[in-house]
Design a protein around this ligand. Structure first.
Ligand SMILES: *Cc1c(COP(=O)(O)O)cnc(C)c1O
Length: 426
């Protein structure tokens, strides 16, 4: 039934169907553990032969409702919530890669993902090659190796706002016969469903728009159930797992193999679990996601349009701004809206950018995006300050770039705030 509902309905009613007399709202099940009577029944759950919650590091009813709702919104077969977006990215990779393996990623990436890939994964022996997303399919394919195990990209890259050419990258993934993992944080499932465009795994930093209010960290991995893991490249999913009495995930769980392994193996061993309280808050945020994404997109387009005609502004980038670098791809993949993030540069560069931020009143300087309140950041001096000048350029961040996360305030108040702050500059 719920598979047939529209996204607006799924946001408020998906993932939780109370029975007579049960709470109307998916409650916070603040319990680490669950009661059983028959040791053999619990043993079956341990062996993955029966389903049921046994310990909240691995699953919890509040979290299950959230996972189910997001999976429905993304049109996946199952989802796994994690403590943060970073741990969702980490799990999406570790679930299929081990030391010696290789990943192809676009170079236009969130700063935290870049350092995870270039520093931490490297220490685990997993090597990531960063490719310019504008290269041709043939050129990108030359970076593939026999150990390449995944293609990784962001639908709208943070903060360069490069729109992913799904057709190109899904072709590359198909040619290499590896899964296509997409970070869909910026558009959310409301504005884009990567599974419709060839993705196999979707991840989110739920901290951003899904929460929407700047309250909770969280992440999610969604399985499209549309990749054939039995092509010989993914023994972790096809060969017996000795830590589960020799179970083969593909044989036992079919199209749910990947997401089941992520939970029962990685969440069990790594413990990057989302707390039920944060899961409750993220679920509350999801209730209004579709309405918020409409307003975020509308306000961002209006602010981008205003900025592009301001004499102090050198350039503006917003996916749905006609004539912009990504306009063609944006029309194709983001027809419902370009989300709430825009970037721009003020004439005068790095120093003027910092001065401008000090002049703002409504828009606050915060290391965050995607909440109802408008915020700004200067990545070159903050989130991306660990990157060298070459790395900055490769990730599409110029030193004058200001990233704006446009909130849902009244657009006239926002435009006034930006106009005043710009006009104060000498
Ligand atoms: C913030 C962000 C992340 C990391 O998420 P956290 O919840 O902060 O760990 C990953 N990808 C993108 C695109 C992000 O914006």
């Amino acid at each position: 039934m719920s598979n047939l509902w529209k996204k607006e309905t799924l946001c408020v009613q998906g993932g939780y169907a109370p029975k007579v007399g049960e709470p109307r709202i998916s409650p916070i099940v603040q319990s680490t553990t669950y009661k059983y009577e028959d040791p053999d029944h619990l043993a079956e759950i341990f062996d993955l032969k029966a389903s049921g919650h046994m310990y909240s590091r691995i699953s919890n009813p509040t979290i299950s409702a959230l996972e189910e709702k997001i999976s429905l919104l993304e049109k996946g077969v199952g989802a796994l919530a994690t403590a943060s977006g970073q741990s969702a990215t980490l799990i999406s990779i570790l679930n299929i890669c081990s030391s010696g393996d290789h990943i192809l990623s676009t170079s236009t990436l969130y700063g935290g993902t870049f350092t995870l890939f270039s520093s931490s994964l490297k220490k685990f022996g997993i090597h990531v090659t960063f490719v310019d997303p504008n290269l041709s399919v043939e050129e990108i394919l030359t970076y593939g190796t026999e150990n390449t195990k995944a293609i990784f990209a962001e639908t709208i890259s943070n903060p360069s706002l490069n729109i992913l050419d799904f057709e190109k990258f899904s072709k590359i993934a198909k040619t290499l016969d590896v899964p296509f993992i997409v970070d869909n944080t910026f558009p959310t499932p409301i504005l884009c469903n990567p599974f419709d465009h060839g993705a196999n795994i979707v991840i989110h930093s739920a901290t951003k728009y899904i929460d929407g209010h700047g309250c909770s960290l969280g992440g999610i991995v969604v399985d499209g159930g549309n990749f054939d893991w039995s092509n010989g490249k993914f023994p972790q999913l096809t060969e017996p797992d000795p830590s589960y009495h020799g179970i083969s995930y593909v044989k036992e769980f079919k199209e749910l193999a990947y997401i089941t392994k992520a939970r029962v193996h990685l969440l069990r061993d790594l413990g990057t679990t989302l707390s039920p309280f944060n899961g409750f808050l993220l679920n509350l945020g999801l209730d209004t996601l579709s309405v918020r994404m409409e307003r975020h997109s509308e306000n961002a387009l209006a602010l981008a349009t205003f900025l592009s005609s301001h004499p102090k502004v050198g350039w503006v980038n917003y996916p749905n701004l006609p004539g912009g670098p990504s306009y063609g791809l944006s029309k194709k993949y983001l027809p419902l809206g370009g989300s709430g993030i825009l970037t721009f540069g003020i004439k005068g560069g790095r120093v003027t950018a910092k001065e401008f931020i000090k002049n703002l009143t409504l828009a606050a300087l915060v290391v965050h995006l995607g909440d109802v309140r408008t915020s700004v950041i200067h990545p070159a001096s903050t989130t991306h300050r660990q990157l060298s000048d070459e790395e900055l350029e490769a990730s599409g961040v110029s030193s004058d770039l200001i990233r704006v996360s446009v909130g849902i305030e009244h657009i006239e108040d926002l435009i006034n705030d930006f106009d005043k702050a710009l006009n104060k500059l000498k």
